[in-house]
Ligand binder design. Structure first.
Ligand SMILES: [Zn+2]
Length: 371
């Protein structure tokens, strides 16, 4: 059921527009995937996501495996029905959370053992188990288990993690193939730290395994933005041009536009949802901190040019009041706007690629930011 077609290619950058087809519909790339860690995009409903125009969301394998667990989700034949979301879902493999959130993560021949951050219980995630869990979740795009490392990391640490990541990718692919249901795609994840030769090696080894798509992991982990872009610029051309290319966990609107220029197709990031809950709102000209006293009697919408539900109906003064009073509605209205901004921003960017006007769009974007 999974396919990817490139429909337009920018003539002066590597930006491209395409369409991914999954068993739950079309995903137009470049695409931004809102993060639904625990089976919900925090504070908004699937209906609101659909109204905003979300085509695919991301779920977290590590979190859903620990709570509520596969035995419960399998009663609903997967995450789609459990959370009442009919469009595409991508799940990460849990690798990132095991190495960043869980306690005492320890690598063995089988996989990685760790203690749950919730109750301290002991678990083993192996490449095979990660595929089983994602099959139980019924996700449209699965990710391979990878070994994530902290930044900065030595060359030796990066080399060792890369070796493990390739071995796990091979086992994930084998396990995925034996599912034989043809419903889900499987993406490999490029690691290699901030070393170009290791990134190249990782990309080559994964390309040989022939995945449905490829992700670049281990970016935006604390390195300077220039280094992140340099690594993406180096790694993206090493991956097959005809496959979707996903930069994991990045980033700001500036990051997104630069990464699209380098040929990236898919993104996810907690920035729009997390910052909405902290009162930071994204607009074309930059960001607005809604708690600022200058908005206390401001009758204008957050962004007069935005067509989202929040901006159509509410003023800055009201949003500021809700936020300062810690009213629950503040989280919902702020999140609706920020997710709308990200999805609409990528949509406008895609439109520009389709008429080969990406560079003009990029210049206009930075021009507005400078104002
Ligand atoms: Zn809005």
């Amino acid at each position: 059921m999974f396919s990817f077609e490139i429909t337009a290619q920018s003539s002066d950058t590597s930006a491209r527009a395409g369409v991914i087809q999954t068993s739950h519909g079309k995903v137009e790339t470049p695409i931004f995937m809102p993060v639904g860690t625990l089976g919900s995009v925090k504070s908004i409903s699937p209906e609101e996501l659909i109204e905003i125009g979300a085509q695919i969301i991301l779920g977290n394998t590590y979190h859903l495996y620990l709570r509520p667990g596969c035995d419960i989700i399998s009663r609903f034949e997967g995450l789609h029905r459990f959370m009442h979301w009919n469009r595409s879902i991508l799940t990460d493999s849990g690798g990132f959370q095991v190495f960043s959130l869980a306690k005492l993560a320890k690598i063995s021949n089988d996989g990685v053992t760790f203690q749950s951050h919730i109750d301290g219980s002991k678990h083993l995630l192996s490449p095979e188990k990660v595929i089983d869990i994602q099959a139980c979740l019924g996700t449209d795009i699965m990710m391979c288990l990878d070994q994530c490392i902290q930044y900065p990391a030595s060359r030796e640490q990066c080399r060792a993690a890369l070796k493990t990541t390739t071995q796990w990718a091979r086992r994930c692919r084998h396990s995925w193939q034996s599912l034989q249901n043809g419903q889900n795609a499987l993406f490999g994840i490029v690691q290699g730290g901030m070393f170009t030769d290791l990134r190249r090696q990782s990309a080559e080894e994964l390309t040989d395994l022939d995945f449905s798509g490829y992700a670049v992991g281990g970016l935006s982990v604390g390195e300077p933005v220039e280094v992140m872009l340099e690594m993406a610029d180096f790694t993206l051309p090493q991956l097959p041009q005809i496959k979707p290319r996903y930069i994991m966990g990045v980033g700001t609107p500036e990051n997104l536009i630069e990464l699209v220029a380098l040929g990236a197709d898919m993104f996810d990031c907690v920035l729009p949802t997390r910052n909405a809950r902290n009162g930071q709102m994204f607009i074309d000209h930059g960001t607005i901190n809604i708690s600022n006293s200058r908005y206390k009697d401001d009758t204008d919408p957050l962004d007069p040019e935005c067509g989202c539900y929040t901006c159509r109906n509410y003023s800055r003064a009201y949003l500021r009041h809700l936020y300062l009073a810690k009213e629950l509605l503040a989280y919902r209205l702020n999140t609706i706007h920020n997710i709308h901004f990200y999805i609409n921003f990528i949509k406008r960017l895609r439109k520009a690629i389709l008429v080969d006007a990406f560079e003009a769009f990029r210049q206009d974007f930075y021009h507005k930011r400078k104002k």
